[in-house]
Design a binder for this molecule. Structure first.
Ligand code: PLP
Length: 493
């Protein structure tokens, strides 16, 4: 044994007493952490957004084994400042424009801190009645803000990938193939199950297909129009072809706010296709669902209320920190029929009529995620949330107008939400050279540490993708990033 072996009850030399850190020490540490967090947020702009370390460098700076003896809070905090924080990508930086922005907010941080202190599990009503009931209340508030009908029952999961997995499990259950009991393997009479999603939809659908025994190969990607929206006629053709081959369509996934271009599938038309064919419709509005908060954005969620299930991620554009994903479904009984399984030791928690959220998913222990969302929704209010989303859209439109008025650049997708996809034009270069140019603009800007971008591929070509979603981001940040992109372009062919 590496650390010195002791007799039962014997403490190592210099060790603190058993139990937790003393209350006085903890109070002092909490004050330090409060200041640490406030300083971090206040001075985040002075930091380089992303580190330069080679893979393994950070791990190499840390001891290979856990300490045998207690270490002081001071040393731990020093290492945090010296090794960990400089090795992070600062998603909360106002010039972080990667992926789907960052939704760190002060009320969200406070909610996470209190959640950690409470450390309750919202698995059954009995294990923490207020955690369960607050989850229901917050889900209902959000449902109303998103203008979804009361027929939609909500559940909180960690991520959209997990929410979609659960929705598709319910879709599979709707086919009444008795999969829960018999599984899928070794059943000769079972048809091949099929899922459908656009060629722009998120890869979480393939992951769900893998886990649900449907198989990634049985996800059919449907062609899109020039604005990256699923073509309903191509969907109908794919479903009819599969039925003719003896396959069983299981679910269609329509996307409101695709990952690359934030395009919006024609959900109303897709609802009609699904109704006609008797196929489950899941709407992935993980990012774009936030548009329903705005009267001028409701078009994006048109038809979504008629879907069997909808995922919306408040951790993408509703200012709740990672992780907080909501699934709404008109068929909650199917989720329960897949997942409700009460072990003997929880039989006593079969609370008369109260919600037991463990019945809606694979997880038993569940974080008290509703707390941070409740604090965010109350601190900003519906109007405050709406104003922030509106501002992000304004900034995106502004950037799009700058791109359009600059001859060396072109927009690669319509701008509806907080994301702008564009590229440097390079008519004298081959398409591959032009792709390399756009890639290198992104990597050079990221290397400065002053802004952070990602790139994607649209119509087969590399596009610079700039996502605005941080409450700290202002016009100054977007303008500075745009100037750096222009500057990078100027120095190249
Ligand atoms: N759906 C869409 C449209 C996404 O863009 C993403 C991720 O960006 C996901 C689902 C997966 O989200 P999560 O990270 O919450 O699993």
């Amino acid at each position: 044994m590496r650390c010195s072996r002791m007799n039962d009850g014997e403490l190592p030399p210099g060790a603190a007493a058993l139990g937790d850190v003393s209350s006085a020490e903890f109070r002092d540490q909490l004050h330090q952490v409060a200041d640490w967090i406030a300083d971090y947020r206040e001075r985040i702009e002075q930091r380089a957004i992303s580190p330069h370390d080679a893979p393994g460098a950070i791990a190499a700076a840390l001891p290979a084994t856990a300490p045998c003896a207690p270490e002081s809070f001071k040393t731990i905090l020093e290492d945090l400042d010296r090794i960990i924080v400089p090795g992070l990508v600062h998603w909360g930086h106002p010039s972080f424009f990667g992926y789907f922005g960052s939704t760190t907010t002060a009320p969200g941080i406070l909610g996470e801190m209190i959640c950690a202190a409470l450390n309750v599990s919202a698995m059954t009503w009995r294990t923490s009645p207020a955690a369960t009931e607050l989850e229901g209340v917050v889900l209902d508030w959000l449902r109303q803000m998103l203008q979804l009908s009361p027929a939609h029952h909500g559940v909180v999961y960690d991520t959209a990938s997990v929410a979609t997995l659960h929705a598709l499990a319910a879709a599979r259950e709707s086919l009444q193939l008795d999969v829960r009991k018999q599984g899928l393997s070794g059943r000769a009479g079972l048809p091949r199950l099929k899922l459908y999603a656009s060629d722009q939809a998120h890869s979480s659908i393939e992951k769900a297909a893998v886990v649900l025994g449907i198989g990634a190969e049985n996800v059919t990607r449907i062609r899109c129009d020039a604005e990256y929206r699923m073509l309903p006629a191509a969907l109908v053709a794919a479903i009819e072809r599969d039925i003719a081959l003896g396959c069983k369509p299981c679910a269609v996934v329509a996307t409101v706010g695709t990952t690359s271009a934030t395009s919006v599938d024609p959900v109303t038309d897709i609802v009609a296709v699904c109704r006609k064919q008797g196929v489950w419709l899941h709407v992935d509005a993980a990012y774009g669902g936030a548009m329903a908060m705005l009267p001028e954005g409701r078009w994006a969620m048109a038809g979504a209320d008629d879907a069997d299930s909808i995922v919306v991620n408040p951790h993408k554009w509703l200012f709740v920190p990672l992780d907080f994903s909501t699934l709404y479904t008109r068929r909650p009984e199917l989720l329960r029929s897949v997942f409700a399984l009460t072990p003997e030791y929880l039989q006593g928690d079969a609370s008369g009529g109260a919600e037991n959220y463990m019945d809606y998913g694979i997880q038993l222990g569940r974080r008290f995620r509703a707390l941070k969302a409740w604090m965010v929704f109350r601190t900003f209010g519906e109007d405050g949330i709406r104003a922030r989303i509106r501002e992000h859209r304004r900034l995106a439109q502004l950037l799009a107008s700058w791109v359009e008025s600059e001859s060396g650049f072109e927009l690669m997708a319509p701008v509806h939400m907080g994301v702008v996809c564009f590229r440097a034009r390079a008519d004298s270069l081959t398409p591959q050279e032009a792709d390399a140019l756009n890639e290198s603009i992104v990597t050079t800007i990221n290397a400065t540490g002053k802004a952070y971008l990602t790139y994607t591929r649209l119509r087969g070509r590399v596009a610079i993708r700039l996502a605005i979603g941080n409450v700290l981001t202002t016009e100054r940040h977007v303008a500075a990033c745009w100037e750096s992109i222009r500057g990078e372009r100027q120095g190249r062919p």
